[in-house]
Design a protein around this ligand. Structure first.
Ligand SMILES: Cc1ncc(COP(=O)(O)O)c(C=O)c1O
Length: 484
């Protein structure tokens, strides 16, 4: 029987954990994701610590994905842990109708201290998750504009709920079922919901029009995929389009938007009075080396959704930031809307402590610096691996396009970002890399079959980056051997 000492956060309470029982209960009573029961393999974790998770056998795994690219300030950050404990001295649950020091301060830090210099943000409303934040942003956009339709972009991930899920365009990651033993694939019927339309992604590495980059594809100063977006707007009727929602760096499918596309998008949305919803659930709070990804592009959004890094995933919390114009509009009305877990005092205490920590150590700057080191190491590694087709990213948010042929960009899995997730996925590049990196004690992986993503805690050290690069060097070898 696998048994081990478990030390609590305060290192005072010790108890024996019967891991066999824990695994049995997980297998028998938990609803599993990503794997059918026949292929399910438990990964029992005993502790989280900084950039690491420690398994039940005491193996210290370097988490180069920081959870779901979400533990920006590192696991069990002491400032956040203390704040959570302190808040419980006085607060339990209160709903958002009440004013608490934590909620007020969290909002002030985000709107004034962090975003104030960009002069656009008016108010923030707190919710519990990224999907919920996007769901709410869509509703706000529709109410404000009084228009019904939303345009998203191909290969983006915005969550799984009805509206946010309709905006998610990595089709197999929309709650679908895929069989491990056959090609059977079952998308959620009726999904994506009506009223949501997709524009092409500015995916220059695999440009659907065959261009080699934004310099090549402009007509009257507008890139080809934005011309397509304008066409969609015009056929729907601009008077019907409430918002365009997008990630600027796609967190799931790792597509970094070119500046020409982002700037052109902002011009286009303003031209038609359409709101721009910037989903910074993954890219926000220092991940890309600035507080928010939009700041790399010299634009500002109308609505920005955040989650994950807002609290470094210590507790559930998310926030929707709206522009001053939208805030002024809502100020005139009663908004009949309540979210049970909005502004939970304990979550808000964690948000305040997390943001205070980020400001104290200038975590975005630190991510920028470590990101440059990670980029250097990735670019040094690439030439010696035939399977590395394209390396892209910013800050501590990187993607590697793994290819069978570097010249032609031929992917290993030909359906690429349009896969169903059915059948044997053991040969998927991300599966191979994930398993081999794990042999070296490093967690990495991806969401789409040919694209590896890297996103460690923003507190990661250069030594830890070196360790991850060594693991990657080892993990890529069998794929190199299959390259043509
Ligand atoms: C860009 C983006 N938006 C939305 C979401 C959904 O967030 P959640 O899983 O908290 O609902 C995610 C989750 O990974 C995300 O990466």
């Amino acid at each position: 029987m696998l048994e081990q000492e478990h030390t609590s956060v305060a290192s005072v309470e010790r108890k024996r954990i019967d891991w066999d029982k824990i695994i049995e209960w997980d297998r028998d009573y938990c609803f599993h994701i990503e794997k059918a029961l026949s292929e399910w393999l438990p990964i029992p974790i005993a502790k989280c610590d900084g950039a690491y998770v420690i398994d039940a056998n005491g193996n210290k795994l370097l988490d180069f994905l920081s959870g779901l690219i979400s533990v920006n300030a590192g696991q069990r950050n002491p400032q956040i842990v203390e704040a959570i404990k302190d808040s419980l001295e006085n607060y339990g649950y209160l709903w958002e109708f009440f004013t608490t020091p934590y909620k007020s301060e969290a909002a002030k830090i985000i709107v004034k201290d962090i975003l104030g210099a960009d002069s656009w943000a008016g108010r923030v409303h707190f919710v519990g998750s990224g999907s919920e934040a996007n769901e709410e942003a869509l509703q706000i956009a529709k109410l404000y504009t009084n228009r019904p339709y939303v345009i998203t972009r191909e290969y983006s991930y915005h969550g799984w709920t009805q509206g946010a899920g309709a905006c998610t365009r990595v089709r197999y990651w929309r709650g679908s079922l895929s069989s491990p033993n056959s090609s059977e694939y079952r998308p959620v019927p009726g999904f994506p919901a009506d009223g949501y339309f997709a524009a092409p992604a500015p995916f220059c590495y695999r440009c659907p029009y065959g261009y080699k980059g934004p310099e090549q594809c402009q007509v009257n100063g507008i890139v080809a995929c934005l011309n397509e977006l304008e066409h969609i707007i015009l056929t729907l009727g601009p008077e019907n389009v409430a918002a365009v929602i997008t990630e600027l760096v796609c967190g799931g499918s790792l597509i970094v938007s070119p500046i020409e596309w982002v700037r052109g998008l902002r011009v286009l949305t303003k031209k038609y009075g359409i709101l721009l919803i910037d989903d910074e659930v993954m890219s926000g709070f220092g991940r890309t080396g600035k507080w928010f990804c939009y700041q790399h592009y010299g634009i500002t959004p109308d609505i920005m959704t955040t989650a994950k890094g807002i609290v470094s995933s210590h507790l559930p919390a998310a926030g929707v930031v709206v522009s001053r114009e939208i805030a002024n509009f809502f100020d005139k009305y009663r908004w009949w809307h309540a979210v049970t877990f909005s502004s939970h005092p304990v979550s808000m205490a964690a948000v305040v402590a997390n943001l205070q920590f980020m400001m104290d150590v200038d975590l975005p700057k630190r991510a920028e610096k470590s990101g440059l080191y990670l980029e250097k190491r990735l670019r040094e590694l690439s030439p010696s691996h035939k399977s590395v087709g394209h390396v892209s990213g910013m800050g501590l948010f990187w993607g590697i396009e793994i290819v069978r042929n570097r010249e032609t960009h031929e992917p290993f899995i030909k359906e690429d970002r349009d896969v169903t997730g059915a059948g044997d996925i053991s040969k998927w590049p991300i599966t191979v890399v994930q398993q081999r990196a794990l042999e070296k004690g490093v967690l990495m992986g991806g969401l789409v079959p040919n694209c590896l993503r890297l996103g460690p805690a923003l507190t990661v050290t250069e030594e830890e980056i070196d360790r991850a690069i060594d693991a990657l060097d080892y993990a890529l070898r069998p794929l190199d051997a299959e390259c043509v």
